[in-house]
Design a protein around this ligand. Structure first.
Ligand SMILES: *Cc1c(COP(=O)(O)O)cnc(C)c1O
Length: 379
């Protein structure tokens, strides 16, 4: 059994993908081909944001957004401690200070903890609160119903890290439309992935879209070789756009299958193990299906039990960001964010890709239940 499902997906889609790739190679417009605009229009339609702009990867999408917001030294940017490193890396590379905040039981930014961190930062007076990055972790849009009013009240910008959530929705609104800017990734194993690196920024404000468009092209002005601001070379290439257009054709079907598998796991496993906490109004993209075991020892034992039976699983993430060497300079020690630290010892993601067969899905659930029974016998 395979964790990502990419090879089975390729088996299923290869005729269309090979044709699309062949067309790009023959047309010869490897950068800036017509497929890019077609894809951007499709992405915007699907997300509900007015504009989508392709870029080189999800990390660049975050960086482009931070450049557009003008993030700089002396500013505090609030973000969850339980996420992939890129979320905080983009902030620190701009010279701004990531302020790590707890997540809640749903694995996304805890609005109450955010408010506390904001108050504390204002009281301390050392940094100017500038913005919030909420992460739609594992494909569940964060609690924007509570985060947005806070962000507005405090006059901050909101960046949605939608690297894992393209296709998801919450409260009837699509992911990539919550933040003033949203950043998506098309890394191969994300719910919508290309065959290399790729990403996109989303916004509904035309001025922001113009700025982001310039920033991804070396800060280009209206004319070529006129550069008014510092930007990046961060384009999505035509081959990746053509591949994504093919994958978009089956995306809704794949998403439905992910949801079916997640619902099956939850039905079989809830009560026996902690299953994902999904608010009633949310429809995740199920980038990951993540269970929680009581502690690190039982989590690691579960992982081993599954692997002996040929079932792959993954730990997203084994270490919270405030305890990573790269962010040690921001001064938080072990114990500073206890819930995020505990999650890192408890989480285990099960295979949830849309190309799993019913038999395989049953087999995963049975193996989890069996490990729990055996584990109980050992205690
Ligand atoms: C994957 C990911 C990114 C980075 O995307 P890349 O395309 O790999 O640069 C950023 N944030 C989160 C939460 C991610 O999962």
């Amino acid at each position: 059994m395979d964790f990502s499902g990419l090879s089975r997906q390729y088996q299923a889609l290869s005729p269309g993908i090979l044709t699309a790739v062949g067309e790009v190679l023959e047309e010869g417009t490897y950068i800036g081909g017509a497929q890019i605009k077609t894809l951007e229009d499709a992405l915007a339609r699907r997300s509900g944001a007015r504009f989508a702009l392709g870029c080189a990867n999800g990390t660049d999408a975050l960086t482009l957004a931070l450049l557009a917001f003008g993030a700089r030294p002396g500013e505090a940017v609030f973000l969850p401690a339980f996420t992939f490193a890129a979320t905080a890396e983009a902030v620190a590379l701009r010279g701004a200070t990531p302020v790590f905040v707890e997540v809640d039981e749903s694995f996304t930014l805890d609005p109450a903890a955010l408010e506390e961190a904001l108050d504390r930062t204002r009281r301390e007076g050392r940094l100017r609160p500038a913005g919030v990055i909420a992460v739609d972790l594992f494909g569940l849009p964060a609690d924007y119903g509570r985060i947005l009013p806070l962000v507005r009240r405090e006059g901050l910008w909101l960046l949605e890290d939608a690297a894992q959530s393209f296709g998801a929705a919450r409260g009837g609104r699509a992911a990539c439309s919550f933040g003033e800017i949203a950043a998506a990734s098309f890394f191969p194993t994300k719910p919508l992935g290309c065959y290399g690196d790729g990403g996109a920024v989303f916004t509904s404000r035309s001025r922001r879209a113009e700025l982001l468009d310039s920033l991804r092209l070396h800060g280009r002005g209206i004319e070529k070789y006129d550069h008014r601001i510092l930007g990046l070379n961060s384009r999505l290439d035509t081959l990746q756009a053509a591949i994504l257009l093919e994958k978009l054709k089956v995306f809704d079907r794949e998403l439905a299958r992910r949801r079916e598998i997640a619902a099956f796991y939850t039905e079989r496993l809830s009560g026996a193990v902690r299953t994902p906490v999904i608010p009633a109004e949310a429809e995740p993209s199920w980038a990951q299906y993540t269970i929680r075991l009581p502690d690190r020892m039982q989590r690691d034992r579960m992982k081993l039990h599954l692997s002996i039976r040929g079932i792959p699983s993954a730990v997203y993430y084994p270490k919270p960001l405030h305890l990573q060497g790269a962010f040690a300079c921001f001064g938080l020690r072990k114990g500073a964010l206890p819930f995020s630290e505990t999650l890192c010892e408890q989480v285990l993601s099960l295979p949830v890709h849309p190309y799993l067969t019913d038999d395989e899905v049953c087999c995963v659930a049975d193996a989890v239940l069996e490990a729990l029974r055996e584990g109980a016998g050992l205690l």
